[in-house]
Design a binder for this molecule. Structure first.
Ligand SMILES: Nc1ncnc2c1ncn2[C@@H]1O[C@H](COP(=O)(O)OP(=O)(O)OP(=O)(O)O)[C@@H](O)[C@H]1O
Length: 278
């Protein structure tokens, strides 16, 4: 076997040290030639590079169509880039392996109970049958739904259903959690509660999170770092560090009332306005 190229080895090791590395990613939808229906391909994102350290909570924010979901799908392994490379924990992203995903809609199986939905996910992750009930109870407790195993999913409120979807994403004990506008369809109060819970959960478990939203308020509350994207084609145009406290014991609700929070939210809102008009 030829000796490994030391520069390649160093690059591989550097990628493995990070939770996510996107290196000069370009994604196109549609045929590279003009399609049969005469439509030109769409360049959804162009030349995007992004690194997430382990345990970071990074938020992607930007106008509709700027490629937020596309980047998340690349990191999840649902999509392959036309150019550039993507790795999660040093490997090509593979759906399900070490990564949990939560979408805007909970997408639960309506014919299964809450516990049945979680047991199905646990089985998929290889958890033995006799360990599933205890693990289900643990997951439900993590998302504030203790004792709800036997409820039907359609008996739950939208917020409760989304909590089950989060519990399901945690079933495989993922090192990386990807959330695509998970609270967009919820009422304001439920949304605030879930924001606070997800933030606390992430700081308690040390899970790396990539979170997509349209909301400046949500981005600043949740992210340790916020990346602002622009469209045409999708790209990252600004990065805002959020130096707010992130201990598991932090009173997240109280953070919303601080001057520092208001300042950061104002800075991000201004950046989003500039992005929309540039
Ligand atoms: N399957 C697809 N086929 C063709 N074009 C697509 C496809 N998915 C996304 N696009 C296009 O790629 C671009 C980026 O879309 P994407 O959904 O990633 O944006 P987004 O920032 O998540 O938008 P939103 O905030 O509205 O959800 C858009 O121009 C969109 O129309």
């Amino acid at each position: 076997m030829p000796p490994a190229d030391s520069s390649t080895t160093a690059a591989t090791e550097a990628r493995a040290a990070h939770a996510v590395v996107l290196d000069r990613i370009t994604v196109r939808y549609g045929d590279a030639r003009r399609g049969r229906r005469g439509r030109a391909p769409v360049t959804a994102v162009s030349d995007v590079s992004l690194t997430l350290d382990r345990g970071e909570f990074v938020v992607l924010v930007g106008p509709s169509g700027c490629g937020k979901t596309t980047l998340l799908r690349i990191v999840a392994g649902f999509e392959r880039p036309a150019e550039g490379t993507a790795t999660t924990h040093g490997e090509a992203p593979t759906p399900g392996r070490g990564t949990g995903v939560v979408f805007q809609q909970p997408r639960l199986f309506p014919w299964r109970t809450v516990g049945g939905n979680l047991a199905f996910a646990l089985a998929r992750h290889g958890v033995p049958r006799d360990a599933r009930a205890a693990r289900t109870a643990e997951l439900l407790s993590q998302v504030g739904l203790s004792g709800m195993e036997h409820r039907r999913t359609w008996e739950l409120s939208g917020g409760q259903q989304q909590r089950v979807a989060i519990a399901r994403a945690l079933a495989g004990e993922p090192e990386l959690l990807l959330l695509d506008e998970p609270f967009a369809a919820l009422d304001a109060l439920t949304r605030e509660h879930l924001q606070e819970e997800v933030r606390t959960l992430a700081s308690r478990t040390g899970t790396t999170v990539l979170f997509v939203t349209h909301s400046a308020e949500e981005a600043i509350l949740l992210g340790s770092r916020v990346l602002v994207m622009a469209a045409g084609p999708g790209r990252i145009v600004e990065e805002i560090a959020v130096p707010l406290p992130r201990e598991p014991t932090t009173d997240v609700a109280a953070l919303r009332g601080t001057a520092e929070f208001a300042r950061l939210r104002g800075e991000l809102a201004a950046s989003l306005r500039n992005t929309a008009t540039s």
